[in-house]
Write a protein that binds this ligand. Structure first.
Ligand SMILES: *Cc1c(COP(=O)(O)O)cnc(C)c1O
Length: 352
């Protein structure tokens, strides 16, 4: 039995997947109960929204594989990386028996998806006093036979720091064959360090989450990817809903991945980084701000003398920032997304 089949839920390994309508674009489609005409409002796509989309669109998979530097068989695309998080919990965690491990304060979807699946959520908190560094020993200590998926977020949301890649590699090595180590790289395009994509080959239990929602500006399109061992991808393809990439999303994603669009994205990332440097310098000069943590993402975590009042003043200036006060240890913290230079100016003005 392969290590993936041994780790996954037996009923998912045994599952006979839904057979979607065959994808034979060379033939005229009288096999999927579609209407033979496009809706009137459909001007977007020659193929037409009356047709079901290609289940795992090969052109997009090939393009993402090239962009991320992995083989196409290592790519699963879906509705944002949120969908991949959900599929991982479903495929690997038996309800009432298995667990995931998270490192709070971190992105809330890992715990939510695990709980929806009925899995336990174990925690190995980041070390606040060490700039939210990964607690490698605690991660390994908290992992037991029930732990199927370890979620690490790097750069981490909401703290903005990148996790030590050497520690991640050691964790993946120590958990080989025992648990999947999933590194969420939603913000890696904003970071100084590189993706762990080059390590997938060496660590077959390592998996990466990537998304077009942040750096590529396509949050509204809902498109994300899981990069993992082809056996993990094949398992998840059995349970992903049959038409997980809508036609409109495919069109928008392919357009965003053309070379001219990627060049424009690169220029915007440069602007965003310089605004991040500026905000990191300016925010601590405000009396209302007691601390700003360095960030490799497109947001800054800041601590205020009175976060509630700061939220109100931002709102009075027409700006919404994220309340981070519910995270343990962050009682007066807000998470500030880097906006346009003008928006950033307005925020600084509101708090000065
Ligand atoms: C925004 C974000 C995502 C992206 O989710 P999508 O479903 O791809 O939009 C994933 N992980 C983290 C940590 C995020 O902050």
């Amino acid at each position: 039995m392969s290590w993936v089949d041994a780790l996954a839920r037996p009923e998912i390994v045994a599952l006979k997947p839904y057979e979607h309508a065959a994808w034979r674009p060379e033939l005229e489609r009288l096999h999927a109960n579609e209407l033979p005409w496009s809706p009137r409002a459909d001007a977007a796509d020659a193929e037409g929204l009356n047709r079901y989309p290609e289940p795992q669109p090969q052109a997009l998979i090939d393009r993402l594989a090239r962009l991320y530097g992995v083989a196409p068989a290592s790519v699963l695309v879906g509705r944002g990386s949120d969908e991949a998080i959900d599929l991982l919990c479903r495929a690997f965690c038996r309800a009432g028996q298995d667990a995931v491990l998270v490192c709070p304060p971190t992105f809330g979807m890992y715990a939510v998806s695990a709980r929806i699946q009925g899995a336990q959520v174990h925690a190995a908190p980041l070390r606040l006093e060490a700039g939210f560094a990964l607690d490698e020993a605690a991660v390994l200590e908290r992992c037991d036979a029930s732990t199927k998926v370890v979620f690490l977020c790097s750069p981490n949301n909401p703290t903005g720091n990148r996790l030590d890649t050497t520690a991640i590699r050691r964790i993946a090595g120590a958990l080989a064959g025992r648990a999947l180590v999933v590194v969420d790289e939603a913000y890696i395009e904003f970071a100084d360090g590189a993706s762990l994509a080059a390590d997938l080959e060496e660590f077959s239990n390592l998996a990466l989450l990537r998304t077009l929602s942040k750096a590529h500006g396509l949050a509204g399109a809902r498109c994300g990817a899981l990069l993992a061992d082809p056996q993990v991808i094949a398992l998840l393809r059995k349970i992903i809903p049959p038409y997980a990439v809508p036609r409109l999303t495919l069109t928008a994603a392919l357009a965003a991945l053309e070379s001219a669009a990627l060049a424009a994205t690169g220029a915007r990332l440069a602007t965003l980084r310089s605004e991040r440097v500026r905000m990191l310098a300016e925010l601590p000069r405000l009396r209302a701000v007691t601390r700003v943590w360095p960030s490799e993402a497109n947001f800054l975590l800041a601590e205020f003398t009175a976060a509630g009042a700061a939220l109100e003043r931002a709102a009075a200036a027409g700006l919404l920032v994220r309340d981070a006060r519910a995270y343990p240890g962050l009682a007066q913290a807000l998470r500030i997304t880097i906006g346009t230079p003008q928006q950033n100016d307005r925020l600084l003005e509101a708090w000065s």
